[in-house]
Write a protein that binds this ligand. Structure first.
Ligand SMILES: [Fe+2]
Ligand SMILES: [Fe+2]
Length: 303
């Protein structure tokens, strides 16, 4: 009598295993912001648009002179600027993901998770747009020149650099939104939007991190040097775009003074450096920080 051997299952690659777990997590916990966020709820007059310590003017002399109404107004404009940059980047990222899966096996879990991520980003983009609209804010987005560059650069956005840039942009938003979602001084809409984003982005960050590792395996020194600079350049533009300078005039402040004080705001620089430590640690571990890229990270206070 022979004993039947357990059926041999084909080996599952790391990439497939990760995608399998991420898909299961998406099935368990995904949100429809059109239903989850109470868009019709009144907008309280005394709640900040974002955590005040994240305002570019917090800690300056100007901030101390501002009334509560001015602080609330400024932080609403800053929140709208942050989420409009998030929306801009999500549109670039969706294009990149769709191009990346175009020629791959659609039955793979990897492709199926990438498509799920595109679906998440579609909902996020509508959510960010709706939040800005509800607060009666202008549609900020990056500076028109950066916006144009994004359109060109989007065509070349692929490989390790694309995933590293995506992860970096997601981590940058994440570090702020983790504070916004917990802060009772912040507008309820910002808090719910941040909570949904943080929860769903955790999967995207995981997906991108692992792709960066895989795609940089055995990378030559020359390739690593290119990936370093291109990732740092994306991080630089995302960080520089985060708060549009028009927020100060739109919030009724003296623009020249606000820009000058924000530029020298040590509190803001320290907050970015402290909150960005996790991202910089990962980029360093992946070999993506070094050489000229360091200059760009220093310019945006991440180093
Ligand atoms: Fe997103
Ligand atoms: Fe994402």
């Amino acid at each position: 009598m022979t004993t039947a051997l357990p059926a041999q299952r084909p080996a599952v690659s790391d990439r497939e295993e990760t995608a399998r777990r991420l898909l299961a997590s998406s099935a368990r916990k995904s949100y429809d912001p059109m239903i989850e966020v109470d868009w019709e709820a009144p907008v309280p007059a005394d709640k900040f648009g974002l955590t005040p310590e994240w305002s570019t003017l917090y800690g300056t002399k100007l901030w101390d002179e501002m009334t509560l109404e001015q602080k609330v107004e400024l932080t609403k404009h800053e929140a709208a600027s942050v989420s409009s940059v998030g929306l801009w980047f999500e549109i670039l990222l969706m294009q990149m993901l769709l191009r990346d899966v175009y020629g791959r096996d659609k039955h793979s879990r990897h492709v199926q998770f990438a498509l799920t991520e595109v679906a998440d980003e579609c909902r996020h983009s509508v959510m960010f747009a709706r939040a800005g609209e509800r607060f009666g804010m202008p549609s900020y987005g990056p500076h028109p020149v950066i916006h144009k560059l994004g359109r060109i650069w989007g065509n070349f956005f692929r490989g390790a650099n694309a995933y590293a840039s995506v992860m970096a942009a997601e981590e940058i938003l994440d570090m702020m939104q983790r504070d916004f979602m917990k802060d009772e001084r912040v507008q309820p809409i910002t808090r719910t939007v941040s909570k949904i984003h943080v929860l769903e982005e955790a999967r995207h960050i995981r997906f991108a991190r692992e792709e960066v590792g895989r795609r940089l395996q055995d990378a030559s020194r020359a390739r690593l040097a290119v990936e370093r600079v291109s990732t740092a350049a994306v991080v630089y533009f995302v960080m520089k775009s985060m708060i549009r300078k028009d927020v100060y005039a739109n919030a009724g402040l003296d623009t020249e003074r606000a820009i000058a004080e924000a530029k020298n705001n040590q509190h803001y620089k320290d907050t970015v450096r402290k909150s960005g430590a996790k991202l910089m640690h990962f980029l360093t571990e992946s070999g993506l920080v070094g050489g000229p890229s360091k200059i760009l990270y220093k310019k945006v206070n991440l180093l």
